[in-house]
Design a protein around this ligand. Sequence first.
Ligand SMILES: NC(=O)c1ccc[n+]([C@@H]2O[C@H](COP(=O)([O-])OP(=O)(O)OC[C@H]3O[C@@H](n4cnc5c(N)ncnc54)[C@H](O)[C@@H]3O)[C@@H](O)[C@H]2O)c1
Ligand SMILES: O=C(O)[C@H](O)[C@@H](O)[C@H](O)[C@H](O)CO
Length: 256
Amino acid sequence: MAVLDTFSLAGRTALVTGASRGIGRGLAQALGEAGAQVALTATTLEAAQAAADELRALGLAAHGYELDVTDREQVDDVVAQVGREGGGVDVLVNNAGISIGGAALEIEDDVWHRTLATNLDGVWYCSRAVARQMVTDGRGGAIVNVGSMSAQIVNRPRWQPAYLASKAAVHQLTKGLAAEWAPHGIRVNAIAPGYILTEASPVDQPEYYDDCVAPAAMKRWGTPAELGPVVVMLASEASSFMTGAVVTVDGGYTLF
Ligand SMILES: NC(=O)c1ccc[n+]([C@@H]2O[C@H](COP(=O)([O-])OP(=O)(O)OC[C@H]3O[C@@H](n4cnc5c(N)ncnc54)[C@H](O)[C@@H]3O)[C@@H](O)[C@H]2O)c1
Ligand SMILES: O=C(O)[C@H](O)[C@@H](O)[C@H](O)[C@H](O)CO
């Protein structure tokens, strides 16, 4: 197979969580451009369908589904539905995540629990539901988790202890599931983005420059579009011998 053909996702179905905006929206579009039929999921059906409409307007194959990743029953139902409608889920991108700021001595327990529920339990529920389907179908597949450089560094000046813990857990869960599911032909990898400009991460604002932009070797923030090619690689045969890897995409922020 010619090298660029190994990146093709033609004939595959990809499910993306938190796909209505930001990084998830960008990744959904990249997967669609690589040829996948994309199931865009979001916490409201309206947001999911609006994002799917945008992709279809670009000539891509996309459908929207309501999915709150903290709701295990809904996860199982949506994965089953996407599987039925798309001939099985071949690619799962666990993107949904929240980061709530607050000092450790001050945050409410609710912040801790909500963060872990979304960023970690959500990855667990979605991965397990998709892997069960992949194993039952005997087809294998690829899971890509959106981790973070926050698994290894502490963001400043905004403290977010639950977020840091959740992303470190996602990286290690990636490795654990990769080891367990390799015999089933399921590869599990993660990306660890640095600062990416999104609604949740307004790093173009001047107050972020000193801590978030200047320390990166490339002295800039990244965009969701710059994560797309990396995720397409991890989702496709282009990374056929990769599993359990965490690929850093941070403009050199964590070099120092
Ligand atoms: N932006 C960055 O600098 C950056 C860096 C590293 C990692 N990340 C990670 O990338 C992912 C996307 O971040 P973003 O910057 O695009 O943020 P964002 O807030 O724009 O997007 C997050 C999406 O997740 C969705 N979401 C939240 N809770 C959910 C739930 N319970 N169920 C389903 N969906 C839910 C939101 O509705 C939203 O659409 C997150 O996992 C984040 O931790 C972001
Ligand atoms: O590195 C990351 O994982 C992200 O940048 C997060 O830390 C948040 O997006 C940031 O806290 C927003 O201010």
